[in-house]
Design a protein around this ligand. Structure first.
Ligand SMILES: Cc1cc2nc3c(=O)[nH]c(=O)nc-3n(C[C@H](O)[C@H](O)[C@H](O)COP(=O)(O)O)c2cc1C
Length: 153
């Protein structure tokens, strides 16, 4: 059993870096957390994750990066029973994209909530127009997430 599966969607590597950083920080906090880039649904279900952390950028005009879209399609098709399990989402985007800002993170989040997963804290959105250090900027939010998940044990 895996306590926290960290899924990532990234076109150019920034979201992957944040996901790797999240794995280090949650592990250091005492959680069994694993970043699983490019994982398929069968392999994910076999790990029986008790919580999901999704870290995704947005690409194109409001699109989910290919590496995450494939998994989201499988989740949509198979509707795994993750009811009641915690979910948390970090979106990387750029506010220059206006109404498409962090659209991929919002889309992934909505899908997982539709499955009955529950929010433990509000989505973190990291704006490339405002920061060039998204991994560091995510640290306080990740510290709060770790505390929430440890409380649920
Ligand atoms: C071609 C391209 C399209 C993008 N489209 C969007 C978008 O629709 N919405 C958004 O919020 N950010 C958009 N961005 C900004 C990226 O999401 C942002 O720079 C992010 O940090 C990139 O992370 P990544 O390296 O993991 O892909 C786009 C960036 C590029 C280069």
């Amino acid at each position: 059993m895996l306590e926290v599966a960290i899924l990532s969607g990234s076109a150019f590597g920034a979201a992957e870096e944040v996901a790797r950083h999240a794995e280090q920080q949650l592990t250091a906090a005492g959680l069994a957390a694993c970043h699983l880039p490019d994982i398929g649904l069968d392999a994910l279900l076999a790990l029986d994750p008790q919580a999901l952390l999704v870290v995704t950028s947005t690409t194109g005009m409001g699109e989910v990066p290919d590496d995450l879209q494939a998994l989201l399609d499988e989740i949509e098709a198979w509707q795994p029973d993750w009811r009641g399990r915690p979910v948390a989402v970090i979106g990387l985007g750029d506010s220059c994209y206006g109404e498409n800002f962090c659209a991929a993170a919002l889309q992934a989040h909505a899908l997982l909530l539709k499955l009955g997963m529950r929010d433990v804290q509000s989505q973190l959105q990291l704006d490339a127009s405002e920061t060039v250090t998204p991994a560091e900027d995510a640290e306080p939010w990740l510290a709060r997430l770790a505390a929430q998940l440890l409380k649920l044990r």
